[in-house]
Ligand binder design. Structure first.
Ligand code: DGL
Length: 248
């Protein structure tokens, strides 16, 4: 079984990309919604959540783990790899691919405060964050939320003049790529790493024992309302969605 975790629904974009490459492999996705967002938490707390969830996933039988969260990857991956024997695949902002496609050579990265805090500001990379955006995305009203639109509009006003490529450096932001594109317009190219991560998962999957089976989606804290929307939006027919025995 492949384990996945994120602070919430963000990592589902990666989960979906992995499923389309490895449709028969069983998966277990943990959304740590009781502790969402990670991006404003202390590093110590992010590391602790990542450790506890990874340990639980391994106990449940996962032979590899996808950290489907940029914030957990940049802050906790070294610790996870040092502590556990299973292979981990992480998610990092696609800075290199963005630099390759940019015509002006100036790119921006939109990520959580705890992710961009790990990147040194370079003159050709603008680091941006958006307060409250992750929480809005968790509500699932992406097309209609005025607040979500307003946050994105505000980020757009901060873009440096020569930026033509924006890296979606949080799996939550990659999930709403269509909405971001509408706000930023076609002149800005968006980059997310969901498919690159899925491709790495496919490579690593060849090196571990994986069983065929179903998909479990577990949360530490979503409301019933969000669970219902998840079933509709993701057409999660074959996915068992429940709160499970996740360590809180
Ligand atoms: N989805 C996570 C990421 O990729 C973070 C969202 C949060 O702040 O919890 O960074």
């Amino acid at each position: 079984m492949i384990g996945f975790f994120d602070s919430g629904i963000g990592g589902l974009g990666i989960w979906r990309a992995v499923r389309s490459r490895l449709p028969h492999v069983s998966t277990c996705y943990v959304a740590d919604q009781a502790f969402c967002p990670y991006g404003t938490k202390a590093v110590k707390e992010i590391v602790e959540r990542a450790r506890r969830i990874s340990q639980w996933l391994i106990q449940e039988g996962c032979t590899m783990i996808v950290v489907a969260c940029n914030t957990a990857t940049v802050n906790a991956m070294d610790r996870l790899r040092a502590e556990f024997d299973v292979p981990f695949v992480g998610t990092e902002p696609g800075i290199k691919p963005a630099q390759q496609v940019s015509r002006t050579g100036t790119i921006a990265v939109l990520a959580t405060a705890r992710t961009i805090g790990r990147y040194a500001q370079a003159s050709d990379v603008q680091l941006l964050t958006a307060q409250g955006l992750v929480e809005e995305i968790e509500k699932f009203d992406w097309e209609t939320s005025a607040r979500l639109q307003a946050i994105l509009e505000e980020v757009k006003t901060q873009l440096a003049p020569r930026v033509d490529t924006l890296v979606l450096g949080s799996t939550h932001f990659a999930l709403i790529e269509d909405v971001v594109q509408q706000v930023f317009g076609d002149e800005i190219t968006l980059i997310n790493t969901n498919d690159a991560v899925a491709s790495q998962v496919e490579r690593v999957a060849k090196t571990v024992a994986l069983d065929r089976g179903d998909h479990q989606w577990l949360t530490t804290g979503a409301s019933d309302d969000v669970l219902q929307k998840l079933k509709i939006v993701w057409q999660c027919k074959e996915v068992r969605i429940d709160r499970g025995e996740i360590p809180c």
